[in-house]
Write a protein that binds this ligand. Sequence first.
Ligand code: PHE
Length: 355
Amino acid sequence: MTDDLAELRAETDAALAACADLRAWDVVRVSVLGRNGRLTALLKELGKTPAEQRRERGAALNRLKDALAEAIESRRIALEAAELETRLAAERLDPSLPPRPMPGGLIHPISRTMEEMAAIFGAMGFEIAEGPDVETDWHNFSALNIPAHHPARDDQDTFYLTAPAGAPPPVLRTHTSPVQIRTMLERPLPLRVIVPGRTYRADHDATHSPMFHQCEGLVIDRDITLAHLKGCLIDFLRAFFAAPNLPVRFRASYFPFTEPSMEVDIGWDRKSGELGKGSDWLEILGSGMVHPRVLANVGIDPRAWQGFAFGMGIERVTMLKHGIPDLRPFYESDIRWLRHYGFNPLAPAMLHEGA
Ligand code: PHE
């Protein structure tokens, strides 16, 4: 190799070694192999070389070109690896870092009650069913045997939406009972479901909210009797209120979609608010045997299948169980109220601990 080629080689090696990053490396690459680079210039001058030296000079230049290209490429690989190394070191996570103290998120009492209901009824073989908040008139009223001029349909009580021309207006469901209809239409028999969900009525005071929650229950099977209804609800109420001897009373009542119908009361002391004590009764839920006409409305033969249904207010049983005096703070998202009445999310409702 002639002196000038050796010099180019040595200087390029030194320049490559001095590159701290890929940007500096690229400057070196262009200065050697680029259109105006030193090697390119030497190749261009080859034509001026005297003919007798040209062949040898050309071969030397080509060897140098290959060697330089290789040196430049391997420096690129090394620089890239180094940059990756630095980035990985900088971005490394230290999993041993202790967690920051968590702002204590808590489960809302309504959600907690729904979970407890799911746990208790789940153990009895019930599944969860759901339906839409905006219902058709048919699901919310007609299919449930509620006649056209029944007071429950009064627009004083019910939120009606705008109807498509000629059709009956949709409603915000006034109870979870329309999901009885949907479930019987959709699921195979026999069935056992509970339906926790939102319901709406045009009511607003210390004990009524225009939006509130109910939990419906529905059992359809062969040979279901009033005894099943009573056993199921007594067991539920005693488990839910964690009071094994809670007095439970069934009182004749009326709902268009059950026959016979019963209001269910539990024993309590009105003065102290204590459940299971004293000699007063408190109405907790509505229930009854599913009306044969309701079964017929969804195409179920009432001579082959019977069932019972019930519906209860979630806020009401929650207030009773936890001694919450006022309904309104349930929906105000006041963090102080939530801290006081909320539940630990890491300790979900589990039956073996007692609901
Ligand atoms: N839907 C009734 C209500 O909202 C409760 C109920 C449900 C009664 C099922 C009987 C059977 O008051």
